[in-house]
Write a protein that binds this ligand. Structure first.
Ligand SMILES: [Zn+2]
Length: 212
């Protein structure tokens, strides 16, 4: 089997040396608890700063992932397979960069191979690597599509994300049951209406209008 490896691009926005210590992060959580009006030293809250910092490590683990490297191992031995590859209903958990509250939804990712394919779990991991950061949904959608296009160089890439933003549902306008849909269509998915229609049918029909 022919495995191609591509060099990984830099992916961290900030050099690791600029990262504050765990103690500093926990102290910041204590400050927020006090600012909210509670006592960080009472029994129920005593371990909360440490727990919050551990939760942040999970929520924002994407900063330590390199999405380009995730796609670097691709396979050319595909018996000429050149039909659409679609991964749908990928669970999406992200955080809005304006309020740092959850964005929960699902992503659908497709590409049209041009001789190279990747393991299907790698597509889900690319979604996660970008989702586990501070995000806006538009940028998240574009980053996933652009990375797959740049690294795999397929004939086209399509990404659709539908998600609810807790900054809309639990604060501010308090709009429940509202989800936001974003899409990024590249190559054949942008240029060929029948390819786009086939993809939209595969991920659930005409529930939404997708702009090119
Ligand atoms: Zn927000």
């Amino acid at each position: 089997m022919n495995i191609q490896t591509f060099p990984a691009a830099p992916f961290r926005a900030e050099p690791a040396a600029d990262r504050p210590s765990r103690e500093a992060a926990e102290a910041a959580v204590r400050t927020l608890i006090r600012w909210a009006g509670d006592d960080p030293d009472r029994e129920g809250l005593r371990d909360t700063p440490a727990r919050v910092v551990r939760a942040f490590e999970e929520f924002f683990s994407g900063y330590d992932e390199d999405p380009v490297a995730l796609l670097a191992r691709s396979f050319e031995e595909t018996e000429g397979y050149d039909e659409m590859v679609v991964l749908r209903d990928i669970r999406l958990e992200s955080h809005c960069e304006h309020h740092m509250v959850p964005i929960i939804g699902r992503a659908h990712v497709a590409y049209l191979p041009a001789g190279r394919v990747v393991g299907i779990s790698k597509l889900a991991r690319v979604v996660e690597a970008y989702a586990k950061r501070l995000q806006i949904q538009e940028k998240l959608t574009a980053q996933i599509a652009n990375t797959i296009q740049d690294v795999l160089q397929p004939k086209g890439v399509a990404v659709v994300i539908e998600a609810a933003h807790q900054c809309m549902t639990t604060r501010g306008v308090h709009k429940h049951g509202v989800s936001m849909v974003t899409s990024r269509m590249l190559g054949a998915f942008r240029d060929d209406p029948s390819t786009r229609r086939e993809f939209l049918a595969m991920i659930g029909g005409q529930r939404w209008q997708v702009e090119g």
